[in-house]
Design a protein around this ligand. Structure first.
Ligand code: NAD
Length: 332
């Protein structure tokens, strides 16, 4: 098939490119390369590369593709808070425009990278796709408003699908440490401290970044009628963890590391445990490649391989917010 990917040079994108090329698909990809400094290994290149802002793509550039996989975004809450207008401009308005162009160009399927963070402060312990949404940030609001607008565009020729991804972790050639598991593990590895910023109690559904890529590929291959216009939580029921559980697992890997509660964020209001039954009922053969244990062990080995240091932990290279601040002029 012919697939158009946005955000292929982000954290999840390189895994997706590798899986798509391994399956023999033709891939065009668009990315502004805001975070190229974070590269720690080589990546699989697309057949066509468009190094440009997704907001300036044209219908012509999208013609002839079977599917758009839309990952490019301002991809977390702190970056969203830095400048909410940019988050709305790229994540919401840019995504809606891209979907309109894709529809005009005759692209049949549009896989949108949404997020479980739209559940915000979960009201029930086991949130499925019908749960009420309690967005707490510009980032989460931008994802909800995009889902709403794209749902209204669905018709016989255009099938949007919303991947409500769990919080990602694990090794990627375009590494980042501003995600909870990577942060705890990288800090313990480089500084000997497991720094918990909240009280450790909030729940988070977790997923290896490569498993998000697997989900995109599975949803590309799924029968249209099964996934048409559906929002689907991406993760697994047994992969919901409290932050303190993650810290315990880091300590099992590195017994000499000390657990420290910094209290920086007090009671973290983002607290949600998610139900993933729909994913497995729609795609009965879908399985995660990694559990938190195997994904953390793998990342630990990779941190050793790249000699990840305290300077790496404190520096700008692996923190999206810091790199974005340097590159802000590219997206204003
Ligand atoms: N990482 C997670 O935990 C997670 C969880 C749930 C959902 N998601 C969603 O998955 C997607 C990918 O996440 P990620 O972790 O790979 O993010 P990332 O920040 O690592 O990568 C995003 C990529 O998008 C590109 N980009 C940003 N704005 C652009 C623009 N205007 N034009 C062209 N390119 C642009 C950046 O250069 C970057 O390469 C995002 O939509 C994110 O919201 C991520």
């Amino acid at each position: 098939m012919k697939v158009f990917v946005t955000g292929h040079n982000g954290y999840i994108g390189p895994h997706l490119l590798e899986l798509l090329k391994r399956e023999g698909h033709f891939v065009a990809a668009c990315d502004l390369d805001l975070f190229e400094a974070c590269k720690i290994a080589s990546v699989v290149e697309p057949d066509i590369t468009l190094k440009k802002d997704l907001r300036s793509l044209t219908v012509k550039e999208l013609e002839g593709y079977d599917c758009v996989m839309h990952l490019a975004a301002i991809s977390n809450d702190p970056m969203g808070n830095l400048n909410p207008e940019i988050t709305y401009s790229i994540n919401r308005d840019g995504s809606i425009r891209l979907a309109e162009l894709a529809k005009q160009a005759g692209v049949g399927r549009f896989l949108f990278s949404s997020s479980c963070s739209i559940y915000g402060k979960g009201e029930t312990p086991d949130l499925d796709e019908t749960a009420s949404l309690n967005p707490l940030t510009a980032y989460a609001i931008s994802k909800i408003e995009t889902e709403k607008a794209l749902t209204a565009m669905a018709d016989d020729g255009f099938a949007p699908v919303f991947l409500r991804n769990s919080t990602a972790y694990g090794y990627s050639p375009m590494f980042r440490i501003d995600l909870v598991v990577n942060n705890l593990l990288a800090c313990a590895f480089s500084k000997g401290e497991i720094r918990i910023m909240s009280d450790g109690k909030p729940w988070r559904p977790l997923i290896h970044c490569r498993d998000i890529a697997h989900a995109f590929v599975a949803l590309l291959n799924a029968p249209r009628e099964k996934v048409f216009n559906k929002a689907i939580n991406i993760g697994a029921n047994e992969e919901n963890y409290q932050v303190k559980d993650i810290a315990d697992k880091v300590q099992q890997l590195m017994p000499a590391a000390r657990i420290v509660f910094t209290g920086e964020v007090g009671n973290d209001p983002r607290d949600y445990r998610v139900n993933f039954n729909l994913l497995y009922s729609l795609l009965p053969d879908f399985r995660l490649e990694y559990s938190l244990d195997t994904g953390m062990e793998h990342l630990y080995q990779e941190l050793k391989r790249i000699h990840f240091s305290a300077a790496d932990f404190d520096g700008d290279r692996f923190v999206r917010l810091k790199l974005l601040q340097k590159n802000l002029s590219k997206i204003l």
